[in-house]
Design a protein around this ligand. Structure first.
Ligand code: AMP
Ligand code: ZN
Length: 113
């Protein structure tokens, strides 16, 4: 399958991996928008949030758990951080493999642009 994040998950494209297990991979964003910008993905190819099914409930919970642990490890948890999932064009989704952005280490404006 021609999917960038599947290739990262399979080690076919290099990435700076910060966490991995059988179900989840987390790696540094190649174009960070903040001092901490990590992508947390399920290894399973799920294109968007609209493609989630009941069988994905557990891995969706797990990517949030992993994100929270990375935020603690990076020391951005107490100050605060943002978890973002862009869905489809208007939200700016560019990679069609579900990913949770962990963004932290600076003040973040609200509402987002
Ligand atoms: P989105 O706009 O929500 O689809 O986010 C895609 C994210 O993937 C962007 O923040 C990109 O900077 C990031 N990205 C694209 N290619 C790579 C790559 N090869 N390694 C790490 N992050 C990437
Ligand atoms: Zn994929």
């Amino acid at each position: 399958m021609d999917c960038l994040f599947c290739k990262i998950s399979a080690n076919e494209i290099p990435a700076t991996v910060v966490f991995e297990n059988e179900r989840v991979v987390a790696f540094e964003d190649i174009h960070p928008q903040a001092p901490t910008h990590v992508q947390i993905i399920p290894r399973k190819h799920i294109a968007t949030t609209l493609d989630l099914g009941p069988e994905d409930r557990s891995v969706v919970g797990e990517i949030f758990e992993v994100a929270a642990q990375i935020a603690r490890d990076r020391g951005v948890a107490d100050d605060g951080f943002r978890l973002v999932v862009n869905t489809n064009t208007a939200a700016g989704q560019t990679v069609y493999h579900l990913h949770l952005h962990l963004i932290g280490g600076r003040s973040l404006g609200w509402p987002p642009g």
